[in-house]
Write a protein that binds this ligand. Structure first.
Ligand code: TRP
Length: 467
């Protein structure tokens, strides 16, 4: 399988410029990783899947699968220095394999488009909640009132559609200008500020009298409740939260300076992302229990719990406004990453300017997103397979396309690329390299396949046939 290719890095340069420093890269990847996935999605998915056992499986997936796949994406990206489609094709051929690996890149482009279409709708909700917070809608309101406000809000397709349009507009604007300007600055300020506010909220949860209940829910595993579907959800969430499996990190890796340590950068990003997700859970679940809410509430969970806490604080309207602004920022820096593979590909493949590409890609995503806008109101009864249009887009991307993309990326870095090439990118064949290679070659691919086959019941079917 390995064709003794020369391992010294071919010196290529990216057509889209480079990150100004190692820190800029870490900030950009952190900005893409930290987003609605951590604060909106992680708590509600954990809640729907019973808490503790889900969280443990999630953490195992992050370390055993997420970490090696992240390193793989960055090293592939940096070696190819093109958009993910072209990079996979180029490296596939260079390593003496097939150019058809480009289809993995193409699948990533599609996954990014599908994710952003509904991600923008939820990001739009946070924009709406900025306005609600600033106008004091939550002051002293009860859980019932806040729940009703959420229902009324998402029930109005005109407002939600407007917020979705606004969010896609600002995302297109940044992507059109290029990644370096603006984005770096936003992340530099946004991630620390968000962290501070979350810590302040943690103080509130600690004093809610239900911190113990929240802690117990999140960390006491009841493996009897864990189904293979929840394991799949945990694995999907690990990919989603770390922005993996769709070439986004590969695209960012293409702009990474030669000398930066990929292992170091990956560790920093994975740690930050996981810390913020756990923190979000520790803030939200005590509030859920203190107010008699249901942890399995679903996508509205954050919007039903946090305003409640803010509504009872002095200066709550102020902090609530800041919080939703920061969350919108976090979503914004992620949205940019979600668009990057499609935009870089459109620029290189169809010879478009960055602005044209941003408008074409962004406009299509906006249109696709209307399905998710309507999933919570007009079309809420229109369900098939996994539920509404929103539910299906989410399931298809998080639980299928991202893990599948991750599977191929791990196989590519672990088996298709020769040892010389990967060791060259990862700074030599030391113990860390060996560990990475073991995880990328065996643990990640087998783990992903196993969970897939278990979740769709195929494995049991095959075992049944054999017996
Ligand atoms: N990680 C982002 C979040 O947690 C969402 C996301 C998934 C993403 N895939 C991505 C962001 C790719 C950027 C690029 O909110």
């Amino acid at each position: 399988m390995q064709t003794g290719q020369a391992g010294s890095a071919p010196k290529r340069t990216s057509l889209h410029g480079h990150w100004s420093s190692r820190m800029a890269f870490i900030l950009a990847v952190t900005g893409s990783a930290v987003g609605l996935g951590n604060i909106w999605k992680f708590p509600y998915i954990a809640g729907q899947n019973g808490g503790g056992a889900f969280v443990i499986v999630y953490l195992i997936c992050v370390v055993a699968i997420g970490m090696p796949v992240m390193m793989s994406e960055i090293l592939i990206g940096r070696r190819g220095r093109r958009n993910p489609v072209a990079t996979m094709e180029l490296l596939g051929k260079e390593e003496g394999h097939s150019g058809n690996w480009r289809f993995v890149g193409l699948m990533g482009v599609i996954a990014g488009i599908l994710i952003l279409s509904y991600y923008s709708v939820i990001a739009g909700w946070t924009l709406g909640y900025v306005v609600k917070s600033a106008t004091g809608s939550f002051s002293g309101a009860s859980a019932a009132v806040i729940g009703k406000q959420f229902g009324d809000f998402v029930g109005d397709w005109k407002i939600v559609g407007f917020c979705h349009t606004l969010f896609m507009g600002i995302t297109i604007a940044v992507v059109a200008r290029g990644v370096e300007r603006g984005l770096e600055q936003a992340v530099r300020f946004m991630v620390p500020a968000l962290l501070l506010l979350m810590l302040a909220l943690l103080g509130y949860s600690l004093n809610s009298g239900y911190f113990g209940a929240g802690l117990e829910f999140m960390f006491t595993p009841d493996f009897d409740k864990l189904t293979w579907d929840s394991v799949l959800a945990a694995m999907g969430q690990a990919f989603f939260s770390l922005s993996l499996g769709m070439g986004a990190i590969m695209a960012y890796g293409a702009y990474l300076p030669e000398e930066t340590s990929i292992t170091g950068a990956s560790t920093a990003v994975v740690a930050a992302d996981t810390f913020i997700a756990i923190l979000a859970g520790l803030v939200i679940f005590p509030l859920v229990f203190a107010n008699g809410l249901d942890p399995a509430d679903g996508p509205g969970l954050v919007f039903d719990t946090l305003p409640l806490a803010f509504g009872q604080m002095t200066g709550g309207a102020f902090f609530s406004t800041i919080f939703f602004v920061l969350l919108a920022f976090a979503a914004w820096t992620s949205a940019i990453g979600l668009m990057e593979p499609a935009v870089a590909w459109t620029v290189e493949h169809f010879n478009r300017t960055r602005s044209q590409a941003a408008i074409i890609v962004g406009g299509s995503i906006w249109a696709l997103g209307l399905g998710s806008v309507l999933s919570f109101n007009v079309l809420s009864e229109f369900t098939f397979m996994r539920g509404t249009i929103f539910d299906n887009f989410d399931f298809l991307t998080s639980n299928i396309l991202l893990p599948l993309g991750g599977l191929f990326i791990a196989i590519f870095a672990g088996w298709v690329m020769c040892r010389n090439s990967t060791a060259d990118e990862l700074g030599g064949a030391g113990p860390t390299y060996k560990l990475w290679r073991f995880l990328a070659r065996f643990v990640a691919p087998i783990g992903i396949l196993f969970v897939f086959l278990k979740a769709i019941g195929l494995l049991d079917y095959i075992i049944g046939l054999v017996q």
